[in-house]
Design a protein around this ligand. Structure first.
Ligand SMILES: Nc1ncnc2c1ncn2[C@@H]1O[C@H](COP(=O)(O)OP(=O)(O)OP(=O)(O)O)[C@@H](O)[C@H]1O
Ligand SMILES: [Mg+2]
Length: 264
């Protein structure tokens, strides 16, 4: 599945702004693993996801996906294998386009045929069915412009688009952090539903320790560019937030500092 071996990344090397973001990340995922990632500000969580997606070149180490070494593959070539949802609801969809047009773009990812041929009846039917799974009534608004949707509706749509063509790996980077608690819960429920239904291998960064414990089958904690704790199955389910904080303090010798966690 995904195999990350000894990945290092330093930003702005040799300058006054030099920053070691990843300091030997190792992570092996099994097919169907749903891993939550926690860690303090600047721990390297987003950078890890960015390295998998090929946003920046890696300094050292290898990333293998589905048995293929993708370490040197450009971002656009990895995009076909990955689904991504970011924190910002504005980022994953095109505001000026209709819901169904956004979905058609996602559906035709990596194909030569663009939107110029129009959306077929068969596609419309498929999109309608997929949208109804969200339980947000978007299936009746397929020709609405995405810019009219709320942040939560937009994140749910982005998630749907990211998983329309079953990705080898789904990357979620605090994708509910910008939503109000009720909407965040809804989008998380949808996430769990889609991941379970399609048996997607998933990495989900969250600042919410409770969500990290209750969602998925495995949890990892990062600190200073490394994975410092990796727990799964029953042991994970039985964790308490206090256990995680204690674990963090034990391994790192400092208090857990994550602004979004503290604010929520
Ligand atoms: N493009 C970049 N250029 C320079 N430095 C960067 C870049 N991206 C990340 N960094 C730095 O690398 C370190 C790790 O950042 P990263 O975004 O991975 O942290 P994070 O664990 O996602 O934190 P947060 O919880 O705040 O989102 C930080 O010190 C950050 O400032
Ligand atoms: Mg981050």
């Amino acid at each position: 599945m995904l195999d990350i071996k000894n990945v290092h990344k330093t930003f702005n090397k040799g300058t006054i702004n030099e920053k070691k973001a990843l300091n030997g990340v190792n992570l092996h995922l099994n097919p169907g693993d749903f891993v939550t990632i926690i860690g303090g500000n600047g721990a390297g969580k987003s950078t890890t996801l960015n390295m998998i997606a090929g946003v920046y070149p890696i300094d050292q180490g290898t990333i293998t996906l589905d048995g293929k070494d993708i370490s040197d593959l450009p971002e656009y070539k990895r995009a076909y294998m990955l689904g991504r949802v970011f924190q910002d609801p504005m980022r994953g969809t095109a505001a000026g386009m209709e819901i169904q047009e956004n979905m058609a773009m996602a559906n035709r990812r990596g194909k030569h045929r663009g939107l110029s041929w129009g959306i077929t009846r068969k596609e419309k039917q498929e999109f309608k069915e997929k949208l109804s799974v969200l339980g947000l009534g978007l299936e009746d608004r397929m020709t609405s412009k995405v810019g009219l949707l709320s942040g939560g509706q937009r994140q749910a749509l982005t998630l749907l688009m990211a998983t329309l063509r079953k990705p080898s790996l789904l990357l979620l980077d605090e994708h509910t952090a910008a939503l109000d608690p009720k909407t965040a819960k809804k989008v998380l429920d949808i996430t769990e539903k889609i991941v379970a239904r399609d048996q997607l291998t998933t990495l989900m960064v969250t600042h919410n320790m409770k969500d990290a414990i209750h969602i998925g089958n495995r949890l990892i904690m990062m600190n200073e560019g490394k994975v410092i704790y990796d727990v799964r199955g029953e042991e994970k389910k039985n964790l308490k937030v206090a256990d995680l904080l204690k674990k963090f303090e034990e391994v790192s010798g400092e208090d857990f500092a994550n602004d979004r966690m503290l604010l929520s």
